[in-house]
Structures are given as structure tokens and as C-alpha cells.
Design a protein around this ligand. Structure first.
Ligand code: AKB
Length: 315
């Protein structure tokens, strides 16, 4: 049975992944860590530790004390925040990653860290973006992600660390809101639909990006980490996606459930610029072939579930 250390456990992926992994492997088998303390009950049922990933010794001691054999490294700044604070992003996104990889090497741990559609740039083919293609991102976040993919490959090839990763699209969830991402509009739109019946999008009409519902993202992590290593050709990192949508596509799906819903636009040039540099849609064939990736939620199914869950929370 795995014993897992998660960094960034209070973030959008971490909060839900901690619960999913505890369900799968048992409460005592998942050590949730973050640089801040939890405010909600989520982590109070299992072990939670404060951990600063920019401190190599701290991660090492934590991993050794809990005798973990797997590290899931999520602590990072997202794209829009990283553009505002590029040096802080470099320090956390690269410094944290190399520290976590070093600990995985020292303690012989399996290792997962997410890459992103942000690892692509304006010169990447925009539609059905292949697994192996041009990666010349123009954001600090994207640069961190490409360097991170290469670093994870390096630790696998040079030191034999069992590194694995996916390129996540925008992730949509009703539990923990994201912070500082470019794709966050696709989460906000559902919250605002339920609260106000309308949404003003900071991303322009006609801007397509890949998205995925959180349950599919969690399953993907678990499935990839359990996959037979002999079948993995790509490792770091697999394109995965469940849908390619623009703001008006999500609005149309919401309108099927709430005909009175209204969408308008007030475009944020900074986040729009980031979105314009990313693919419209990526090709997930390698993930399907090498470890059986198969998302369960399309736009309509996700929209129904999101609205239902958010409405239930309101009442
Ligand atoms: C972001 O928008 O920064 C993230 C991502 C796609 O990596 N959601």
C-alpha cells in the first residue's frame, strides 16, 4: 500500500486529491502538507503538516519521518499570478520542484507533478495539439512547466526516479475555487450563475481552451500512478483533456439548465494574452493508449453536476 506525501494540499487539486487518496489508500497513508494551515475540516480527519517546499531539508525530514514512498508535488503559483510575480514563481515553481525531486531520489519515492496546457506557446499547433510538438511558451508559468517536464524526465533517465505527470487543462470544481489561473473563469461562471444568474467573462468570446471536471482529473492522477511502468513511453507529461470550450459554449450548456442565464464580456488583456498563447484543443491519444485515460464528464454532464452541487450548497 502506498504512503503518500502531498505538497500544496490546500490548493484546488490538493484539497480534493487528499480526500480521494485517503478514500483509496486509507487515512494514515496520506500526509497532507501546505505552507499555510487548513481553515476547513478537510484535512482535520488525517495527518496535516505545515511544509515550505522551498526548504529542501524540511521536505526531506518530513518525508523520512512519515516513511513515504510516493510524493505528489502540487505546490506552485498558477499562470496569472506567475505573470504578476515572475521571480516568486521561478523560486517556488522551480525551486520547490527540484527540492521535491531530490527528496524522491534520496528516499526512492515514486513522483507525480502536474504540467499544464500552459507548457505550450504561440508557435505550437493550436488545434488537436500533438503530444510531442513545439513548446516555446511565452509566460513564466509555461517556462516553469516545460523546464519541469524536462527536469522530471532527467530524474527518471539519470537517477531512475519513477516520475510521472500530465498536462492538465483548466480544472473545474464546486469544492475548492482555483486561485490565480487563466482558466478560472470556467469555474467562476458556475458560481455566478447560481448566485446571480449572470456572468461577466474576462476571457473573450471565441477563445477556446481545454477543460476537465475535477473527478476526472483525480482519477487520471490515480490511474497514471498505478499504471504499468513498462507501458509508459512519455511519462512527463501526458496531454489530457475532456472538452475544448469557449465562454459561450459553457454559457449555452448552463442555459439548458437555467434559460434565464446571461453572459457578457469585460476582457482582461493580461489573462486574454495568456489564453491566446495556449492551444484551442489538445490531443490525448498517448494518455489513452499508454495508461487508459478516459474522462467520464463532457460539458453537459459536468454542467448539470456543477449546478446541482452548487445549488445544494446554497440551500
Ligand atoms: C491556469 O490557468 O494557470 C491553470 C492551468 C491551465 O495550468 N488552470
Amino acid at each position: 500500500m502506498k504512503k503518500i506525501l502531498i505538497t500544496g494540499a490546500l490548493g484546488q487539486i490538493g484539497s480534493e486529491l487528499t480526500m480521494a487518496l485517503r478514500k483509496q489508500y486509507g487515512e494514515d497513508h496520506v500526509i497532507a502538507t501546505d505552507v499555510r494551515k487548513p481553515e476547513n475540516a478537510m484535512t482535520q480527519t488525517g495527518v496535516f503538516e505545515k511544509l515550505d517546499v522551498t526548504n529542501l531539508q524540511e521536505i526531506y525530514e518530513m518525508a523520512k519521518r512519515h516513511q513515504v514512498d510516493t510524493i505528489i508535488h502540487l505546490a506552485a503559483l498558477l499562470s496569472a499570478t506567475a505573470e504578476k510575480k515572475p521571480l516568486a514563481a521561478w523560486d517556488l515553481n522551480m525551486g520547490g520542484l527540484v527540492n521535491a525531486l531530490e527528496v524522491a531520489r534520496e528516499l526512492n519515492c515514486q513522483f507525480f507533478t502536474p504540467s499544464s496546457i500552459g507548457a505550450f506557446g504561440p508557435s505550437t499547433p493550436k488545434d488537436n495539439t500533438p503530444q510531442d510538438t513545439i513548446q516555446r511558451p511565452t509566460t513564466m508559468y509555461g517556462i516553469n512547466k516545460v523546464a519541469g517536464e524536462l527536469l522530471c524526465d532527467y530524474y527518471y533517465q539519470k537517477f531512475g526516479v519513477d516520475t510521472r505527470g500530465v498536462r492538465f487543462p483548466g480544472l473545474i470544481s464546486y469544492m475548492t475555487p482555483p486561485g490565480g489561473g487563466t482558466t478560472d473563469y470556467a469555474v467562476d461562471i458556475y458560481y455566478q450563475a447560481v448566485e446571480k444568474g449572470k456572468y461577466t467573462s474576462y476571457i473573450a468570446e471565441g477563445t477556446y481552451m481545454d477543460m476537465m471536471y475535477m473527478p476526472d482529473a483525480l482519477n487520471a492522477i490515480i490511474k497514471l500512478m498505478e499504471a504499468n511502468p513498462d507501458k509508459l513511453i512519455h511519462r512527463n507529461a501526458f496531454n489530457i483533456t475532456a472538452m475544448s470550450v469557449a465562454p459561450e459554449s459553457i454559457a449555452a450548456a448552463i442555459k439548458k439548465q437555467m434559460p434565464e442565464f446571461k453572459l457578457d464580456y469585460h476582457v482582461d488583456p493580461e489573462r486574454q494574452k495568456i489564453a491566446d498563447s495556449w492551444p484551442n484543443s489538445i490531443d490525448a491519444q498517448a494518455a489513452r493508449e499508454e495508461w487508459g485515460f478516459s474522462p467520464a464528464y463532457d460539458l453537459d454532464k459536468m454542467t448539470k453536476d456543477m449546478l446541482m452541487k452548487l445549488k445544494n450548497r446554497e440551500s
